[in-house]
Design a protein around this ligand. Structure first.
Ligand code: SR1
Ligand code: MG
Length: 393
């Protein structure tokens, strides 16, 4: 058995040849397409037909920080287990997996390089007519079918054993729920935001609410989550959507994936000045929740294994709690993407510095309000008031 070694473009081609993925005699080329923070990603393709595959290898450290931040290689197996499990529910919304080598932390997948991440596309002003339908369906099916409503509790607990992901969860516990709310060395922010950041650190009522949300993340094992469901983890075109990178997958609170997705659409929204762009994203947030709740409701009524599924009030309670949690988690995500270790291009690439700082101030205020007032935000429509209220502060 080969010991771990990072792939190069040529060893990635050699692997594809050894596995006989392409026709005998095909001339193969490779390109490194991974601009992520944690992994190597190559596209290997037949020069003649341009048919390709994606080879992804987990690195034992975080590229974003350097070799001193060690990461577990087990995440490649978790990622593959996640994709194989949810393929049953959302086969068209994820790439197919062809091969896994647990020791080398290598996974070979269907080529999705003709697509672009939502983050990049939205930043370029692209439109995605299928976004809310695809993502609402993805969230409802993956969360329902892996919860105690869709799975017998005994079976669910057995499945949970292969999704114990403590090292990756610790990254989220630190980077999303802890460091941005304290004076921690991993935080990164512009000098101009120093006073605003100190206000976050000194806001005890905010920190109490973040602590409660962190506790949910630490303790609630509702359903199998993707765990890093931001707009950079989803490749798409106008008609196609492929969710990738579930290396943070674990059993956690259902609102977490939903909240991260909403947060990243809100970050994109506030980065834009054009009201029509805002309207476009509001509609997608509202529609994503609407598709999620109607699909979840249909599954609850037709496929639930829970004896209490005849209670409409219980379903209402579950959906209400999930939305409230999602809004709180969205607030944490917005704050960490503004002043924590890992930012988003949506904000960082705003060209005019004064505007960038004022948008980041808006992000901090918005994040704080979502966390503190999440029990009053009963439906996505209300988010419009929060965006309006926090503009030009
Ligand atoms: C060191 S990992 C930093 C971030 O990148 C991933 O995409 C996750 O969002 C994580 O928090
Ligand atoms: Mg990722």
């Amino acid at each position: 058995m080969a010991s771990y070694e990072p792939l190069t473009q040529s060893s990635a081609v050699a692997l594809a040849k050894r596995l006989r993925i392409f026709e005998e005699g095909a001339v193969l080329a490779s390109e490194e397409i991974g601009h992520g923070k944690l992994n190597l990603v190559f596209r290997i393709f037949d020069e003649k037909s341009n048919r390709g595959i994606i080879i992804k290898q987990a690195l034992p450290y975080a590229k974003v920080v350097g070799e001193r931040w060690l990461l577990t290689l087990k995440r490649a197996t978790i990622e593959s287990n996640y994709l194989l499990r949810i393929a049953e529910y959302v086969p068209t919304l994820i790439p197919k997996i062809f091969y896994l080598d647990e020791t080398l932390a290598i996974k070979i997948m269907e080529d999705f390089s003709h697509l672009q991440t939502y983050r990049k596309g939205l930043n370029e002003g692209k439109r995605y007519p299928s976004l809310s339908k695809h993502i609402g369906t993805y969230l409802a099916k993956t969360l329902f079918y892996t919860s105690d409503f869709g799975l017998e509790p005994l079976k669910k607990k057995l499945i949970m054993q292969s999704f114990s992901n403590p090292e990756q969860c610790k990254i989220t516990e630190d980077l999303v729920f802890t460091h941005p709310f304290f004076d921690n060395e991993t935080n990164k922010y512009e000098q101009e935001l120093q006073d605003d950041v100190k206000k976050v650190w000194g806001d005890q009522s905010l920190k109490l609410e973040v602590a409660k949300l962190k506790r949910k993340f630490l303790t609630e094992a509702d359903a199998l989550l993707h765990g890093d469901f931001h707009t950079g983890s989803i490749f798409a075109s106008e008609t196609e959507t492929k969710v990738i990178d579930p290396e943070f997958a674990f059993f956690g609170p259902m609102g977490f994936d939903i909240g991260q997705f909403i947060a990243n659409l809100l970050l994109n929204m506030i980065s834009k000045e054009d009201e029509q762009e805002h309207e476009y994203l509001y509609k997608h947030i509202e529609e994503t929740w609407s598709v999620f709740s109607s699909t979840f409701t249909r599954l609850w009524q037709t496929a639930s294994v829970e004896q209490y599924h005849n209670s409409q009030s219980y379903l209402d309670y579950v959906l209400k709690q999930t939305f409230e949690d999602a809004i709180g988690f969205a607030g944490c995500e917005i704050i960490r993407r503004t002043i924590g270790l890992v930012h988003v291009a949506d904000l960082d690439e705003i060209q005019d510095n004064d505007r960038k700082i004022s948008v980041k101030r808006q992000a901090l205020t918005l994040g704080k309000l979502l966390i503190k007032e999440r029990t009053e935000i009963l439906e996505p429509r209300i988010l419009r008031n929060y965006i309006n209220e926090t503009q030009y502060i």
